[in-house]
Write a new protein. Structure first.
Length: 109
């Protein structure tokens, strides 16, 4: 093996991972990476804040159609849901809290 072959290829981004989006999936992936000890990642998002569809859809009556206790992260359960099918603002608050807890805000590129 030549010395060129033994060297690791440089990363085009400088990150181990890039996460696309800051909704449930993006925040969940960021938390999973942090829990695994991986800190060199970035979250790419279109909007100026987290929340995905729960940030974008704030029409009257917007709520989850899945029981709220099932519509949360296993690593961040929320026993304080105000009702079985939480409303948009309550879900958005939950996601923002998770992003703060897992310091995802610092990872936005």
């Amino acid at each position: 093996m030549s010395s060129a072959e033994s060297k690791a290829a440089p990363s085009a981004t400088g990150f181990t991972a890039l996460i696309i989006g800051a909704g449930f999936a993006g925040i969940g992936m960021a938390a999973a990476l942090r829990r695994a000890g991986i800190e060199d990642f970035a979250i790419l998002k279109r909007a100026s804040s987290v929340g995905g569809v729960w940030r974008d859809n704030s029409y009257p009556g917007a709520a989850c159609d899945v029981p709220s206790h099932l519509y949360s992260f296993s690593f961040a359960p929320n026993p304080q849901w105000s009702r079985t099918f939480a409303g948009q603002q309550e879900i958005l608050d939950y996601l923002q809290g998770c992003a703060r807890t897992w310091t995802c805000y610092a990872m936005y590129a």
